[in-house]
Design a protein around this ligand. Structure first.
Ligand code: ADP
Length: 321
């Protein structure tokens, strides 16, 4: 697996705050990499260092195994969280101006831009002033400008905030297409759910430190919950059946005459053993392991406890009803 970007023990201290503490990170080529963590964790600081807007106090960044240099700026497309276009300028004119700044030549830039404007239904706005566009439209224009020169690394800070679901899907499709065509993408967000399905690698940042990094599939395997949600027809002696050291009932919920039970399997006990206990008690309607979301994994990593270990509404019913 070749790495497009590698950060090596990056530390950054602002006047009286350590924003990054020895953070390392490896972004595989053509991956979609989620840089995830709460507000204030240090994500934007790291991204600004990658973009050479600020320098680190310690540590190094490599792009394609080469130490980060000014020439790399051109190879990175960066959509910052604070987006700003000049409000009084015409949309098309401004897009052309920004495209030229990225090294695209006049007619090429115009042709490319028009293609993207058509795709994103922005063409009728070409001659309008930026201030006449909705926030979402302005964001679309900025997205286009970020990707227009086909940089091999794309960095999107909070990419989907401010977009409606239809436009989020449109952007997600375009981002997947860019990846298929060779780009490597870094998302930075506190909203883990918004990018989870897209990311194949992630790094979790909390309080200036990296607390977890890796392939999403492997992380999900490592953080298997071993919590099963079972839907049953009425249960008689469920609590008694599951008493003992192998299982613990997290909660139960009755709805429409069915009972949903959340059970954690402990130690070396198996799902078959759980089934064996449940089968004589009632018909099993469904049986599934709960897969933790990245948000659950983050909480587990920070607090030691899975949010899945509680069943919402578990006061509505109880086992045996
Ligand atoms: P995130 O992007 O994860 O929300 P940031 O990298 O923006 O986090 O910020 C990390 C921490 O560094 C925050 O506590 C923030 O207040 C602080 N910080 C960011 N930029 C500056 C700055 N220019 N001067 C001082 N403190 C800063």
């Amino acid at each position: 697996m070749s790495l497009l970007l590698r950060a090596e023990r990056i530390t950054k201290v602002y006047t009286n705050h350590r924003a990054l503490n020895q953070v390392s990170m490896a972004v595989p080529e053509q991956s979609i990499f989620g840089l995830l963590g709460p507000n204030g964790a240090g994500k934007t600081t790291l991204i600004r260092i990658i973009n050479q807007i600020i320098g680190p106090d310690q540590g190094r960044i490599f792009i394609n195994n080469e130490l980060l240099k000014p020439k790399h700026v051109r190879q990175i497309g960066y959509l910052p969280e604070e987006r700003g276009l000049y409000k009084k300028m015409e949309v098309g004119e401004q897009a052309l101006y920004l495209a030229r700044l990225k090294g695209l030549k006049g007619e090429d830039a115009r042709k490319l831009l028009k293609g993207w404007f058509e795709k994103f239904d922005l063409m009728p706005w070409w001659k309008k002033k930026v201030e006449e566009l909705s926030k979402g439209m302005q964001q679309k224009v900025q997205f286009i400008i970020t990707i227009l020169h086909r940089p091999k690394l794309l960095i999107f800070d909070e990419p989907f905030s401010g977009f409606d679901p239809i436009n989020v899907n449109l952007l997600k499709e375009e981002i997947l297409k860019l990846r298929r065509e060779g780009a490597t993408i870094i998302f930075s967000t506190h909203n883990m759910g918004s990018v989870e399905e897209l990311c194949d690698h992630i790094a979790l940042i909390n309080n200036s430190e990296k607390i977890l990094e890796g392939d999403v599939g492997e992380i999900k395997k490592e953080f298997r919950s071993r919590i099963y949600e079972v839907e049953l027809e009425t249960t008689k002696d469920l609590v008694e059946r599951l008493a003992g050291e192998h299982f613990s009932i997290i909660g139960t919920k009755s709805q429409n005459g069915f009972v949903t039970v959340r059970v954690k399997i402990k130690g070396n006990a198996t799902t078959n053993e759980l089934m064996k206990e449940l089968m004589p008690a009632a018909n099993i309607l469904s049986f599934k392991e709960l897969t933790p979301s990245m948000n659950d994994i983050f909480i587990k990593k920070v607090t030691g406890k899975f949010p899945l270990e509680t069943l919402e509404n578990n006061k509505q019913g109880s086992a045996g009803t």
